[in-house]
Design a protein around this ligand. Structure first.
Ligand code: ARG
Length: 448
């Protein structure tokens, strides 16, 4: 314990508020932020190069957070006091845990969002490849979970891709919000120490400074925007998950799931249960629960830092981790799932039949009732095959193989654009981190 001189670390009440265990996740980022602070103290003339060197060495030798500390920040400062001699006493100058944790969280979430976006690009590539292989594979789609109209599996897969591509864009947009520097904003009103916040921001590869010191230290709204979009992605994918369960069940039976995704019953030997999808379906609910938890902790907190904010941090990681593994599992399934041969119920051709009558000059509503009557009386006999029905679909985005190929090439173009955007973003952040590394090496070398 460094900041408090009362209580003991054996006391459960004292350790109740510790975030040390959860902070392991941001340990590296906390060290980066502290390095930027040390470098800025030096550059602004508030710390000698010699002291800066000892402090940087001390930060590099900090590897573990003892759970008896309040948090990683206290543990690091205590470590510096113990290892950097007198210089350790200067590290508290012009900084607070409030601006430091906000900066570390933003760095960590920035990195994790970029990793997630990369994973989603792979997912989209796989889907497009499978769509191409299944341009002619007959499939039936449902509305109200009643068989609606014939399509192809390729067309269905493009629905999945488009959902992910749209969520990709909205997650990517939140990166710009997250990627702003709160560093130098102190506990709530900044500091009288003349730190250059723009320079600190550049050292960490942030896009710009998050200006107001009150929001810089205590807002989590940008981070919440990011995870809301992540959860929105999971909501969209949970519908695909549900499709996998229903369409592979014996009642429908048009999909065959890979063996590794099904398990049997200990009693009923015939069962092939869609277990990975069932677990994923439940995990999406869990993720939504984490988001609800974040929102209700955040709601109505008075402005400025409150320790409630600390309790939100691990929920961010829960959402991101569940999402990453969930996508991995769904990726595997969709890369292997097969469409069974199945008999298409002729009634799904009713709409086509009515459209054909309309083409021949009948008012659509009259054609519709004529077909409906035939179906009701069991006399419906379509004049076209399901395959012809698919070929007849004319509008952009529909299942005729020509349109599907067009959709695939549009999706590819978008995917390439997104790949470039992400690459540029990564290069930009790496450049900033490089500046920190150069300064660090420069200061460290002096002492040798
Ligand atoms: N452990 C805290 C967190 O994760 C760090 C900030 C604590 N600030 C404070 N004034 N107690 O949010």
């Amino acid at each position: 314990m460094l900041y408090r001189k009362w209580g003991s670390k054996e006391d459960k009440v004292v350790t109740y508020t510790s975030s040390s265990r959860e902070d392991v996740r941001i340990l590296d980022k906390v060290k980066e932020v502290m390095k930027a602070h040390v470098i800025e103290l030096f550059l602004s003339g508030n710390l000698s190069k010699e002291d800066a060197r000892k402090l940087l060495q001390g930060i590099n030798s900090f590897t573990k957070v003892d759970p008896s500390y309040e948090d990683v920040h206290e543990a690091l400062e205590d470590h510096l006091i113990k290892t950097a001699g007198e210089a350790g006493g200067s590290i508290g100058l012009g900084r607070s845990r409030n601006d430091h944790v906000a900066a570390a969280l933003r760095l960590e979430i920035r990195e994790e969002l970029m990793d997630l976006l990369e994973q989603l690009l792979d997912f989209r590539k796989m889907i497009l490849k499978r769509a191409e292989e299944n341009v002619n594979t007959p499939f039936v789609v449902y509305t109200h979970f009643q068989p609606a109209q014939p399509t192809t599996f390729g067309h269905y897969l493009l629905y999945v891709e488009e959902e992910v591509a749209s969520r990709w864009s909205s997650i990517f947009r939140t990166l710009d919000l997250v990627n702003r520097s709160p560093l130098g904003s102190g506990a709530i009103v900044g500091t009288s120490v003349k730190l250059n916040r723009d320079r600190e921001s550049n050292l960490l590869g942030f896009r710009e400074v998050l200006v107001n010191t009150i929001s810089a230290t205590s807002s989590r709204a940008d981070l919440i925007s990011a995870v809301m979009e992540v959860v929105n992605l999971m909501l969209a994918l949970s519908r695909v998950v549900e499709d996998m369960i229903l369409l592979s069940s014996k009642f429908v039976g048009i999909l065959e799931l890979p063996d590794t995704h099904v398990s049997t019953s200990s009693l009923m030997p015939q069962k092939r249960n869609a277990v990975t999808m069932e677990v994923l379906r439940a995990r999406v609910s869990r993720v939504l629960g984490y988001l609800t938890s974040i929102a209700s902790t955040y709601k109505s907190l008075p402005s400025g830092y409150n320790l409630d904010l600390q309790e939100i941090n691990p929920l961010f990681w829960e959402i991101i981790d569940e999402t990453r593994t969930g996508i991995e599992v769904l990726h595997d399934l969709l890369s292997k799932v097969k469409v069974n041969e199945f008999k298409i119920d002729k009634e799904v051709l009713s709409t086509d039949e009515a459209e054909i009558l309309a083409e021949k000059g009948m008012r659509y509503r009259d054609a519709y009732f004529a077909v409906a009557k035939a179906v009701r009386e069991g006399k419906f006999s379509p004049t076209i095959t399901p395959e012809q029905s698919i070929y007849r679909k004319a509008v952009k985005g529909s299942p005729s193989p020509e349109r599907v190929r067009e959709s695939i090439s549009l999706a590819r173009e978008r995917l390439n654009g997104d790949e470039n955007l992400l690459r540029e973003y990564k290069n930009w952040t790496l450049k900033g981190e490089g500046e920190l590394r150069l300064m660090e090496n420069d200061i460290l070398q002096e002492g040798n």
